[in-house]
Write a protein that binds this ligand. Sequence first.
Ligand SMILES: [Cu+2]
Length: 535
Amino acid sequence: MPLTPFLDPLPTPRVLRPKKRSKDITYYEVKMEEFFHQFHSELSQTKVWGYEGQLPGPTIEVEQGECTHVKWMNNLPDKHFLPIDRTLHSSGEHMPEVRTVVHLHGAEVEPESDGYPDAWFTRDFDKCGPRFIQKVYKYPNNQRPTTLWYHDHAAGITRLNVYAGLAGIYIIRNEQERALNLPSGSYEIPLVIMDREFYNDGSLFYPSTIDDPPPTYPNPSITPGVAGDYIVVNGKVWPYLNVEQRKYRFRILNGSNERFYRLSLDSGQEFIQIGSDGGLLQKPVRMNEISIAPSERGDVIIDFTNQPVGTNIVLTNTARTPFDFGTTPDPETTGLVMEFRVVERTENDTSSVPQFLSTIKRFDENDACRIRDLTLDVTRDSFNRLKFLLSNHEYMDGITENPVVGDVEMWRIINQGLAVHPIHIHQIQFQILDRIPFDTDAFNLTGQLHFTGEPEPPLPNERGWKDTVQALPGFVTRIIMRFGPYTGRYVYHCHILEHEDYDMMRPFDVMPRRCVPVKNNNHKKCSETFICFSE
Ligand SMILES: [Cu+2]
């Protein structure tokens, strides 16, 4: 069903007001609700699930260090409106169909507030998962100012709950960043990019199985990934935005289930990227194209100052799905994201983009006191379906990663497959050391790593703090991070939501430090006291 591109104006999600604010705590209540949403003015209303009746949810804005409590409340119906696959982990017949739990993606929080997949709850907290601990989540916001996002993370149905609409933006700010005088106010706009597919009556389409499934398949059945033909920004399909002849700051989030985007501007203009997942970069980076995986954020400046009034500039996408070997985007549909329409300036542009943004102290590979190898694996299940794994383990298998709090570890992500997997680690922000090409055939045969080329440094826009990394096929992607300050159980996983649900997610435990530091000990690379790890 054709929909006219650039017909609807881009909405900006409203900023949520706290229910209570005291000297010590800012308290919010956020309801998950079913409602009808208009994705496009030529499309009938669509039943969705969202936070506070909005898609995307309202933006939560906090100050660095502001202690924020949120009561996430499930007011959803008992029946899901998307197809539930009962064969997946935590999805057996005894499980309630509609269960939710909220993860604040990229936030450094204690495990009780992290939205562990088994900490789910149903409507009115009627039933709770085995790891449910508390109704009110605590966010200390003691990390660098950045763009985070909150979304559903319930075991076995994350892909359906997020596709239904359960996602929103969360921004941490501070004075230091304000002093940089970046574009702000109505010139600072989040862009939450998603893709969706619709039935002709406007209802959301999510496939119940693959095309031509063999008779062995269960129905409904999860598929290896779901991408829609309609690109949605802030809840509208292919919207337009009137932009003045000046600089804008766009906080871009890829909130799609599977689809990556390779964004560029058809005017040939550059993006000036100033921030990534974990906050500002050291200095602005000029990029003609930005590749953004599910859950990654790109904080960019676009300067329309020299564009003539009346110019229409299209934000386009050239990433294939699955990334980056599958279907090439159609230039009329999936190749389009949104349009900027240049209008006259209403006031002088006094904002600036300083040449220095923030100090990023880079880890050195020798800072790691432990190296762990993770493989990204593709197997077949008993129905002969594709099943993606991490180090050949399933989500329900026992712990294999248990870093000690305060320790720096290097993880080598070994991708022997065809697809790029965006790997996300909870609790911390990490740095990308490099990507080293290796002989995948030899690795499959012998389990030994034979590097076939020099390490490739991270792209200029990947040299800040990250919570999600694109693990490229044929490469060992090396990342480094300090775990802490909290101990307890978290998860890491692929952020292609169909992979995460089946079964590319693993628990890990951050362990308390037990060794007593002594002079000249052989743990000298491990930190003896905790220091704030992403300063
Ligand atoms: Cu994956």
